[in-house]
Design a protein around this ligand. Structure first.
Ligand SMILES: C[S@@+](CC[C@H](N)C(=O)[O-])C[C@H]1O[C@@H](n2cnc3c(N)ncnc32)[C@H](O)[C@@H]1O
Length: 166
């Protein structure tokens, strides 16, 4: 099975805390192995994601990196930027057979990113959000994860909140 990692660009703790946290939660829930982020280091973001991993299982990491250029250049596998300007993602999914680095932006993405990546892919060519684009893309690309060492496991129910606590 191939692995999928996310690179979240330009995190700003004051403005992006909630969105970056949701990028991480969506990445984990929908089958990615971890999130790298650039911008400002944010230990609160890391703590809140690590708390979720402790309660609901892993493995999953969130890691700050200084620069995106080296990570993209050195990545062993395919690199995909999700952008509303890209090609339709549905038509390109079958080409993605290696480990994947999926890049999502925050405010303006540097033009060099568009040139460095292997693919610029769009989830519709309409503006929406990194959380929405990532969720749709991963739902199509990743297999569902069997989380290990979860302390809390939900028993699906039509009407009740049923949870097993370990
Ligand atoms: C608030 S948007 C910024 C949009 C910005 N105009 C750009 O693309 O550079 C933040 C991020 O959401 C993602 N995004 C927004 N709309 C998208 C779409 N239609 N398809 C894929 N990704 C999208 C991109 O990763 C983008 O960098």
């Amino acid at each position: 099975m191939t692995k999928t990692f996310i690179l979240r660009l330009g995190h700003r703790p004051f403005r992006d805390k909630r969105v970056s946290t949701h990028v991480c939660l969506v990445a984990r829930a929908l089958g990615a192995q971890g999130v790298y982020y650039t911008g400002e280091h944010d230990s609160e973001l890391e703590e809140s994601v690590n708390k979720v991993v402790k309660a609901w299982g892993g493995p999953f990491f969130v890691e700050h990196v200084e620069g995106w250029r080296k990570l993209i250049k050195d990545f062993k596998g395919d690199t995909v930027q999700l952008t509303m300007y890209g090609l339709p993602f549905e038509k390109n999914l079958k080409k993605l057979k290696k480990d994947l680095l999926v890049i999502v932006g925050s405010s303006k993405v540097p033009p060099e990113v568009y040139q460095l990546v292997d693919y610029n892919l769009a989830v519709t060519n309409q503006p929406h959000s990194e959380i929405g684009a990532l969720a749709v893309f991963l739902d199509h690309h990743c297999e569902k994860t069997n989380f290990k060492d979860a302390r809390q496991i939900i028993e699906p129910s039509a009407r009740k909140k049923l949870m097993e606590e370990k």
